[in-house]
Write a protein that binds this ligand. Structure first.
Ligand code: HEM
Length: 418
């Protein structure tokens, strides 16, 4: 597709992109099954209807790394280089699991799959509960004039604390990791370069220590695989994997907890149902993922051969953007899609939303994110029965990231004023 072809334009207005991505992509979904437009300046096919999004995510003919195309180069690495990320540090970002295709993807994913099994996640539950309780205890201390930011003091610190413990980062280094995670989301080349240099040295150091002092943590598991497996992890892959997990955990779960808390606080009927029957919580979390899940779009896909989607020919090499955020509101799949209904998924395990993607790149941390969010909401609403929003809805600001829906802050009052 040629960029100079003037029929390619951004599909969403700047307002829709930032303030109303579900509505904006929903409009596109109802206009046409496969739309074409510009995305980050490049010609792109947009797929927004549930069945088509699901089919593309399951289809191995679509790759997530443009290098998998015949004669392809790594577009993501090129974008990072243009941004000013140092050449030697780019592999730590570009080698992430989600930008890897088979056979490397299959090998790398296998190495971490066990750490995120249902059994491992459920064994972590009591630690997650203790971390949540600690954060809730501290909330009143962060309040100014009775108002506290739930994003900064609850939604954000929870997932980074949990993933650091899983990886094996000692507690005293947690603040450093929190600062690195902010550097990552800054998208500022200087901060990224410094963070990547420091974090790779830290992970090498920690891995060295675990050689002599193994522990029951992910880094020990990864260096064992590193030493014993015939498909060993390279040093760069080890750093990349730990960084991927930190970033993946940190970009998304805080957003779900923030968006979900806002949704429940502004739908008091749904919150009342949940308070009356805490057994609804697993299904409620799945409904929140469908209704206000943070991943509006999946990672870009590239057609490795000509593929027809919903009657449209997508040519080898074309760039495709699937939009789970639109598919999750598709009336062809969900009756009353705009309605938040926490009783929609009586069997939460079978919730059909695409908020965690589908197919080969299905979210590795889905079980962990579900558990963190369930524990967070169970304890938050029990502990602060009078919790309420402390500002008008239209004064809330969203982070300027077109790929994730995430609140900048969520000011709440913990108690009713005496
Ligand atoms: C609410 C929280 C979360 C959401 C909504 C979410 C969403 C997603 C989505 C949509 C993808 C696939 C993207 C694609 O197909 O293009 C993905 C992949 C991934 N997620 Fe999550 N995620 C969440 C939490 C987590 C957590 C807590 C972790 C780990 C600690 C994690 C680790 C990963 C990894 C490693 C991948 C790449 C998997 C692969 O490529 O094989 N995620 N996630």
């Amino acid at each position: 597709m040629a960029v100079e072809d003037m029929s390619y334009r951004p599909l969403l207005s700047a307002y829709e992109l930032m303030e109303d991505p579900y509505g904006g992509f929903g409009r596109v979904r109802e206009e046409t099954a496969v739309a074409r437009g510009l995305w980050n300046g490049s010609p792109t096919w947009f797929i927004t209807r549930y069945d088509d999004v699901s089919a593309v995510l399951m289809d191995r003919r679509f790759a997530t790394n443009s290098q998998s195309l015949p004669g392809g180069t790594d577009v993501y690495a090129e974008v990072m280089a243009k941004m000013g990320v140092s050449e030697k540090l780019i592999p730590y970002l570009a080698g992430s699991l989600v930008y890897t295709d088979p056979p490397d993807h299959t090998r790398l994913r296998k190495l971490v799959l066990r750490a995120f099994s249902a059994r491992r996640v459920s064994a972590l539950r009591s630690r997650v509960e203790a971390i949540v309780d600690g954060l809730l205890d501290a909330l009143p201390g962060h309040a100014e004039d009775g108002v506290v930011d739930l994003v900064e003091h609850f939604a954000s610190p929870l997932p980074i604390t949990v993933i650091c413990e899983m990886v094996g980062v000692p507690g005293e280094d947690l603040d450093t990791w929190r600062a690195w995670s902010l550097d990552y989301t800054s998208m500022d080349a200087h901060r990224l370069n410094t963070m990547l240099t420091e974090i790779s040295a830290y992970i090498h150091d920690l891995a060295e220590r675990r050689q002599t002092e193994p522990a029951d943590d992910l880094i020990t598991g990864l260096i064992r695989a590193h030493d014993e497996d015939s498909d060993r992890l390279t040093d760069t892959e080890l750093v990349t994997m730990v960084l991927t997990l930190m970033v993946a955990a940190n970009e998304t779960t805080p957003a779900l907890i923030g968006n979900g808390a806002l949704a429940l606080l502004t739908h008091p009927d749904q919150l009342a149902l949940l308070r009356a029957d805490p057994g609804l919580l697993p299904g409620a979390v799945q409904e929140l993922l469908r209704w206000c899940g943070p991943a509006i779009v999946a990672k870009l896909r590239y057609a490795t051969e000509d593929v027809t989607v919903a009657g449209t020919l997508i040519r080898q090499g074309d760039q495709v953007q699937v939009v789970p955020g639109a598919a999750n509101h598709d009336p062809r799949r969900f009756p009353r899609p705009g309605e938040l209904d926490i009783t929609r998924n009586p069997e939460a395990d079978r919730a059909p939303h695409l908020a965690y993607s589908r197919g080969a790149h299905y979210c590795l941390g889905a079980g962990l994110a579900n558990q963190e969010t369930e524990v967070a909401f169970a304890r938050l609403f029990a502990r602060y029965p009078d919790l309420r929003l402390a500002c008008p809805m239209d004064s809330l600001r969203w982070k300027p990231l077109p790929v994730t829906r995430q609140l900048q802050e969520l000011p709440v009052r913990l108690e009713t004023a005496p």
